[in-house]
Ligand binder design. Structure first.
Ligand code: SF4
Length: 72
């Protein structure tokens, strides 16, 4: 099983809510007016999470207007 890494560049996030709307399994909105990748770990200025199936997060990435969600 190949794991993909989902990266959230939280500083660029404008808190539009699109990611949480299309992929609520992984994305939620916070009181700080940003989104949060559920279960992710902070690494420097970004949050990272390994996922087995990136489909949902890919939809979140595609919906993000500032492209601050990356899948590697
Ligand atoms: S879609 Fe992008 S800008 Fe909007 S809340 Fe999610 S990560 Fe932030």
């Amino acid at each position: 099983m190949i794991c993909m890494k989902v990266i959230h560049e939280v500083e660029k996030c404008i808190g539009c809510g699109a990611c949480a709307a299309v992929c609520s399994e992984y994305w939620e909105m916070t009181d700080e007016g940003k989104s949060h990748l559920r279960g992710s770990k902070k690494r420097g200025s970004v949050f990272e999470l390994e996922v087995e199936d990136p489909e949902c997060c890919q939809q979140a990435a595609d919906s993000c207007p500032v492209q601050c969600i990356k899948i590697e």
